[in-house]
Design a protein around this ligand. Structure first.
Ligand SMILES: *Cc1c(COP(=O)(O)O)cnc(C)c1O
Length: 409
């Protein structure tokens, strides 16, 4: 039997919606903790570091929660580094990925003393050498290699194919490692590989790792000793009917390939740790029947949750309380003036105006991709811990949206 009221831990979502209004992101501390601990459970006895991919959900409270659990962090900007430090994260557990690291970002990371730079091009390597030399520091680096494997995911979130902007082409990696090993302010530390996101099969991960291990052996033959292998993130979650590998199967398969090697292994999970630990609460503003479609116009929109508009992504959408209304099939759309502003197509729901809906699996790439398009203030975020509801980000105020702007004199 179903619960009458949908809950986050011990709190009814309806109570959160009434008290904190909508749209509001709701996360569960227990779900976040459980995800991290389940991931870690497969790594007992293995020298490892789990670096949460900050861009999936950069909330200070969530970063702080993961830091307390011992996590490191995968960052892709100086802004994310600042967030990790503000959240109490350990810079010695930070890896820095991304194709466009600026001089200032490299300097900030060197000054913070991060664990490793994941270098994505030959010119970036030169720039890191130059900045490190100027600061009198040594920069630990991995090359992010592009193994040219198909992650079999949405093209916008596939990163390991030849024609992607990410990483160093596999054929060039050996030569660039040899160069890196000669640079005075560079310490060749690891190899990194991240092939994409929302990957629901094991084989792309294992194919990529095979190629990486071949490179590690080729480097060893040249006297370049790799101390850590970063296998990236990308483990998928269930939004609808996907069947991604569970954490135990994933980590076991990776560790099996690493058997007999004295190497530290790094993981960069984002979505898999937070995606199903959050929902977006929204209110039905209007029901608008039409000739061919019925619309449910809700108060959340593509600016709050961009994934449906951006990737045609599916999110389960449910009412959070029983209703006496007749079930009908609706297009769930927001108030933004774009036809692409939808949250779900063809959903059968028994709802009335004023009812609240939960948009599920919204913990990853939800709030982190939110914008102010249509001068809409970004949603509030709350974190439920047992029976307690903590506001971890207050709802943005409209006046905040233009406080940096000036009209002409
Ligand atoms: C986005 C990203 C991740 C996390 O991907 P998920 O699919 O959320 O696990 C990890 N590493 C890098 C370099 C990324 O860009």
């Amino acid at each position: 039997m179903q619960h009458d009221l949908l809950h986050a831990e011990n709190v009814a979502l309806r109570d959160i919606a009434r008290q904190h209004e909508t749209p509001t992101y709701v996360y569960s501390r227990a779900a976040l903790t459980q995800a991290f601990e389940r991931f870690q459970a497969g790594l007992i006895g293995q020298n490892h570091l789990i670096c949460f991919a900050v861009k999936a959900n950069p909330s200070l409270a969530i970063l702080n929660l993961f830091a307390r659990l011992g996590a490191g962090f995968d960052i892709v900007s100086g802004g994310e580094l600042a967030r990790v430090l503000a959240a109490g994260g350990d810079p010695k557990k930070v890896v820095f990925s991304g194709v466009g690291k600026s001089h200032a970002e490299i300097q900030a990371a060197l000054e913070a003393g991060i664990f490793c730079f994941n270098v994505e091009s030959a010119n970036e390597l030169d720039r890191i050498q130059e900045v490190a030399a100027r600061l009198g520091k040594t920069a630990p680096v991995s090359l992010r290699v592009n193994p040219n494997v198909d992650a079999k995911t949405h093209p916008y979130i596939s990163t390991g194919l030849k024609n992607n902007k990410f990483g160093v082409a596999f054929e060039d990696a050996l030569r660039l490692y040899e160069k890196a090993a000669q640079l005075p302010n560079i310490d060749v530390h690891g190899v990194d590989c991240h092939i994409g996101s929302q990957i629901t099969e094991l084989s792309p991960f294992l194919d990529a790792l095979d190629k990486v291990l071949g490179l590690v052996d080729a480097l060893a033959a040249k006297g370049i000793h790799i101390q850590h292998i970063d296998v990236g993130g990308g483990v998928g979650i269930t939004y609808n009917d996907e069947t991604p590998p569970d954490f135990a199967a994933y980590t076991a398969a990776i560790l099996q390939k690493l058997a007999g090697r004295d190497v530290k292994v790094l993981f960069e999970p984002g979505r898999a740790l937070v995606g199903n630990a959050g929902v977006l609460l929204t209110k039905v503003e209007y029901l608008k029947p039409g000739e061919s479609k019925n619309f449910a116009i809700v108060d959340a929109a593509m600016n709050d949750l961009m994934r449906p508009a951006l990737y045609d992504a599916y999110h389960n959408i449910t009412a959070i309380a029983p209703s006496t209304a007749q079930a009908q099939v609706y297009e769930i759309v927001g108030p933004v003036c774009e036809s692409g502003d939808f949250l779900g197509h063809d959903r059968s729901l028994a709802i009335a105006e004023g009812d609240y809906l939960a948009i599920h699996s919204a913990g990853a790439y939800g709030m982190s991709m939110a914008s102010n398009y249509n001068t809409r203030a970004r949603a509030a975020e709350v974190l439920v811990d047992g029976a307690e509801v903590h506001v971890i980000r207050a709802r943005e105020q409209i006046a905040d949206l233009f406080k940096l702007e000036r009209t002409l004199p």
